[in-house]
Design a binder for this molecule. Sequence first.
Ligand code: UDP
Length: 319
Amino acid sequence: MKALITGGAGFIGSHLADLLLEQGHSVIALDNLSTGQHKNIEHLLGRTDFEFVLGSILNADLVDDCVSRSDVVFHLAAAVGVNLIVEKPLESLATNIRGSEIVFEKAHKHGAKVLVTSTSEIYGKNTSDCLGEEDDRILGSPLKSRWSYSEAKAIEEILAYTYYRQKGLSTYIVRLFNTVGPRQTGHYGMVIPRFVSQAVRGETVTVYGDGSQTRCFCFVGDVVKALLALVEHPEAVGRVFNIGGNDEISMDALAHRVIELSGSTSKVRYVPYEEAYEEGFEDMQRRVPDTTRARELIGFAPTAGLDDIIRMVVEYHRA
Ligand code: UDP
């Protein structure tokens, strides 16, 4: 197939490009390099089955041109990362709502199917044992930047779903939980690249709050395989899927694991949330996905454990 990846030079987008090309598909990667990085796709330049287009999803004519030459759109372009959302709320809203609407409109016009990557932030403060796709969202005020991101991604989901229901566009919604691996940058807040970069430099590792908050991490290689399998599965259309890891770990334990596996002498510092983010910032205490739906439909089962992932990220940061 001819695939368009919006955000194709990003962390997940560039791994997806590698996978699609490996499987014999052709790829257009559209990216404005706001958070994506040229070095992520440098190794693909010059291939006849790969094209890099520098530009924004807010440029409707450009999106129109890219979609017109594609059978499937992987819509990954988004303002992501808690730091970015808190620092640039207006730009983030425009990208995540208006940009997505342009992508869906053009996909409908040209008859391309669209997989959209949503987020576990959708569930907000719901700390249930296992977050299923039908679970409730528990959110703070939309005036807090963090929740505005969750709201924007929810609107994106509604748009995708409504295009499916009302206009027959083939859409696939995937809620990604904490996805990690080489090429992810810590600039926008993501914890593993931040901890690893601090540890390999021998700097203090900054755990926010008391570090008791937990997350489940999933290797990007497992995630992109799931995205491809979903878009190829006829029964995935019009539905929403959680994709994420199974092993729950606290940020305190993660910091110590990273220090140990990188052979670092770094110490841990506990940073209050208001110092790390902004006054009144609310973190998620816990986030564990229920991925039964994806397992049953496409056999989704993460292959890489947390130690493997940390080692890969350490190697990437050293290189
Ligand atoms: N975090 C941390 N130190 C950092 C960056 C993040 O302790 O230097 C914490 C953050 O407060 C959150 C967890 O790590 O509890 C995961 O953060 P990330 O931004 O990677 O993902 P998300 O909050 O979206 O799950």
